[in-house]
Design a protein around this ligand. Structure first.
Ligand code: FAD
Ligand code: DLZ
Ligand code: SF4
Length: 511
């Protein structure tokens, strides 16, 4: 046989580099392995999603006449690691070389780099050109800059891909309509329910396997209804275009109780698996604007997430790994409270964000950033533990995208690589952007009393703990000045309340 071509679980794309130039005699290897299912305790729905997408993708390749060696999780011969399965396939099939598309995680890349020596055959690691900015493009853009800011990268990407452009100028005269994306959801507006994809026979088999093998992983399995094929993923996106894109801009940052997906696209999971293509999504959204089906603030906002943030985040990951994974600029050391895994807290915003995460392996961006992320930032939770949680609980989580969002954007543990300031906020922000606070056990208008919203005292305590550092940052100097202007007894009361809250967290008491 000539080449052994490995396809990883998040490489279920027909056009992936390792499948190009398939020759007669080549074998495609796909392996379900415990190593990938347990390196963090993934949400059961995430495992089902990846394994079911792999099985559907393998079946589609086989139907096209491709020789596929598919190793199931319960195959008695399975060595349960990617390396073990590659070495076993090489020993049995004796290929002249291994071909693989570069993986999404640094840890897997290190393993792959060792295969040539371990297997005794050459290994070609091909670029993953499913992304719109190659690593070389990103590095060329970043070279010589003292600060990397997404906004400027995004403009380059708009130009490079000619998206929402009028000649050399941005469509509508502005690059960014973010200021028009911050409305609260008015009473009486209910987001349209997204299209769901009930499990087929293959998915039901995988669900039974996951229930048996991972009974201790947090998260509900029974709700699974993600798309697991490119065709279904496309249908899910078409549903977003038809029913939610129009309002995506206005309510992009809004949160509402029992509305887990709001007007969001729900494309991250299939996109990161390779079932959708980022450029096609951007072009389809642009076409909706040009056809008059959606306004510019919605379409630009959506395109900015995919063409801007997603590519920028990936660029940061590869540029700064492996050192990025050790960053802890704010010296956060506290252990992750158990309620992150159960949702058992009186804080309604946290219970909503965590509860729906357990139910659907999904939370939208503002919940991840301004609820669970903000709490972790204010409470000084250790970035390693927060990273592990985000990597485990979301169906769309792979380290290349999870880590810079968590360690960088949410925790500011990278010292300002992803964002120029921490996204720290008190209860007032959450109250402004959601309807959570009205029915909460805590009082959002109070900061130091026995029923005061925990976000308030923790916010001021966070500002006080890092006052020296934040004073030097023009975007953070204002809250430090406000703190300094407070009467000393007010500051003492706030900090005493924060100390009590942090102690409760450490004791594992219900908050
Ligand atoms: P929409 O809001 O409809 O946005 C459309 C698409 O834009 C998303 O599907 C996604 O592909 C892209 N996008 C938007 N924001 C970002 C961003 N900041 N970084 C990268 N892509 C973005 N996204 C992941 O795909 N995987 C993760 O593991 C992940 N972890 C996160 C952790 C934290 C702490 C935060 C703050 C954000 C994280 N995000 C992650 C980014 C974002 O929250 C999700 O992409 C988004 O919520 C997915 O839902 P959606 O498809 O409905 O997105
Ligand atoms: C996430 C995941 C899971 C749960 N299981 C598998 C698997 O059994 N086999 C596989 O090839 N890939 C799996 N994946 C995806 C990998 O973890 C992913 O390819 C790497 O993290 C690199 O992004
Ligand atoms: Fe969250 Fe505080 Fe509002 Fe309760 S009062 S929902 S804890 S922000």
């Amino acid at each position: 046989m000539s080449s052994l071509r490995l396809i990883l679980g998040d490489q279920c794309s027909r056009g992936i580099a390792a499948l190009r130039a398939l020759a007669p005699g080549d074998v495609v290897l796909m392996a379900e392995v415990m190593g990938e299912c347990t390196y963090v305790p993934h949400h059961p729905q995430k495992i089902v999603l990846v394994l079911s997408a792999m099985r559907h993708f393998a079946a589609a390749l086989t139907a096209r006449g491709v020789a596929v060696r598919y190793v199931r999780l319960d195959d008695p011969a399975n060595t349960q690691s990617l390396t073990g399965e590659v070495l076993r396939a090489v020993a049995e099939l004796k290929p002249a070389r291994i071909v693989i598309t570069e993986p999404g995680e640094y840890r897997v890349l290190q393993d792959i780099k060792a295969w040539e020596d371990e297997a005794g055959v050459p290994a070609d690691i091909l670029e993953d050109d499913r992304f719109l900015a190659s690593r070389a493009f990103f590095d060329a853009w970043a070279r010589g800059k003292t600060q990397l800011r997404m906004e400027f990268f995004y403009r380059e990407m708009r130009r490079a891909h000619s998206i929402l452009m009028e000649g050399d100028s941005p469509e509508g005269g502005k690059w960014n309509y973010d200021s028009e994306n911050r409305k609260r959801l008015p009473k009486g507006v209910t987001p349209p329910p997204p299209k769901r994809f009930p499990p087929d026979k293959t998915t039901r088999e995988v669900m039974a396997l996951v229930a048996e093998k991972f009974p201790k992983h947090y998260g509900k399995l029974g709700n699974f209804d993600y798309p697991v094929t490119a065709r279904d993923a496309q249908a899910g996106f078409a549903d977003f275009l038809a029913h939610r894109l129009r309002d995506f801009g206005d309510w992009q940052d809004a949160m509402a109780a029992d509305q887990p997906s709001m007007f969001h696209a729900l494309v991250s999971a299939p996109l990161n698996l390779g079932l959708l293509e980022p450029l096609a999504l951007c072009r389809a959204a642009e076409a909706a604007y040009r056809d008059g089906a959606a306004p510019l603030n919605a379409v630009e906002g959506f395109i900015r997430q995919i063409l801007g943030w997603r590519e920028f985040i990936r660029g940061i990951y590869w540029r700064h790994m492996p050192e990025y994974a050790t960053r802890n600029a704010l010296g956060a050391t506290r252990a992750l409270p158990a309620f992150y895994w159960t949702g058992d807290t009186h804080m309604r915003c946290m219970a909503q964000a965590i509860g729906q995460t357990l139910d659907y392996a999904y939370a939208h961006h503002i919940q991840r950033l301004m609820i669970t992320g903000n709490f972790a930032l204010l409470a000084g939770l250790h970035p390693d533990q927060v990273d592990e949680w985000y990597l485990a609980v979301y169906a769309d989580a792979y380290e290349w995208v999870e880590m810079p969002n968590t360690r960088g954007m949410a925790l500011h543990a990278d010292g300002g690589v992803v964002g120029s300031k921490p996204y720290a906020a008190s209860g007032a922000y959450i109250n402004r952007m959601s309807d959570y606070c009205g029915a909460c056990h805590y009082d959002v208008a109070d900061a130091a009393g026995a029923r005061a919203c925990p976000f308030n005292a923790l916010y001021w305590d966070f500002i006080a703990r890092h006052a020296e550092r934040f004073e030097a940052n023009p975007r953070m100097a204002m809250p430090v000045r406000s703190l300094r202007k407070m009467p000393p007894e007010r500051v003492r009361a706030l900090r005493a309340r924060a100390a009590w809250l942090l102690e409760q967290i450490e004791r594992g008491a219900k908050l």
